[in-house]
Design a protein around this ligand. Structure first.
Ligand SMILES: Nc1ncnc2c1ncn2[C@@H]1O[C@H](COP(=O)(O)OP(=O)(O)OP(=O)(O)O)[C@@H](O)[C@H]1O
Length: 215
């Protein structure tokens, strides 16, 4: 399988502080990788840099073999779902939040059917009655799974996950792992627990902005 994501000696500096120092790694299509390390070591910075949210002080990022220029970032965002610790769903009800991206030109031609909505919730162990609930009245773990559901509905194939299962019970977590076992999905997950380590082929450790591969 070809490398879908490649960091080549990437350094990021913000306000004279080195957030990343000469970070190099490659992820193949379908690979599941975990990023662990202490708080403040630069894990989220890796994910944000891939999404073009930081300017590179040195090095290069390649996505599908193409250098990540300002223009190419758009193609990364098209096939990537970034799910942070507190996803913002951006609508009043859960149904409206799941359908929101389909109002825009890029996705207007293929809104999900009712049964697709129900199916995706079921896959993630979410009750279908959640569709009518206010986003303000759902838990953090439910919000994270809904952000995941939105990624699945949008056919995203690269998932950048920032502690997405930390608020989940074992059964819900299992459902998330089953979704990501799909070989089409490339996953880079910030996580610390044994379940993620067990299920991932690759483990990276961040230490003060430097990355080492430990598996
Ligand atoms: N925009 C920014 N400007 C200045 N410093 C920043 C910026 N973003 C992050 N940092 C700093 O960079 C370091 C790495 O932050 P990052 O969020 O990547 O850490 P992390 O490993 O994901 O931490 P945590 O596990 O606590 O989420 C931290 O010291 C943080 O304060």
């Amino acid at each position: 399988m070809p490398g879908i994501i490649r960091f080549d000696e990437v350094s990021v500096t913000v306000n004279d502080k080195n957030l990343l120092s000469q970070v190099s790694f490659t992820l193949r299509t379908g690979e599941k990788a975990v990023l662990c390390g202490k708080s403040g070591s630069g894990k989220s910075t890796i994910l944000k840099t891939l999404l073009g949210m930081h300017r590179l002080a040195a090095g290069q990022i390649y996505f599908n073999g193409q250098p990540l220029t300002a223009k190419a970032v758009q193609s990364v965002r098209r096939c990537t779902a970034y799910i942070g610790q507190e996803p913002i769903l951006g609508a009043d009800t859960v149904r409206a939040a799941l359908l929101l991206p389909f109002q825009f030109k890029a996705h207007r031609h293929r809104p999900p059917s009712e049964s697709q909505l129900q199916q995706v919730l079921h896959r993630l162990q979410l009750p279908s009655e959640l569709l009518e609930r206010e986003c303000a009245a759902i838990s953090g773990g439910e919000k994270q799974r809904l952000a995941l559901a939105r990624g699945l509905l949008l056919d995203k194939t690269v998932y950048l996950l920032d502690e997405v299962t930390s608020a989940l019970d074992q059964e819900s977590k299992q459902a998330v792992f089953e979704v990501f076992a799909d070989p089409r999905f490339t996953v880079l997950a910030v996580a610390h627990d044994a379940d993620w380590l067990e299920r991932s082929q690759t483990v990276f450790e961040m230490q003060a902005g430097q990355l080492t591969r430990t598996r």
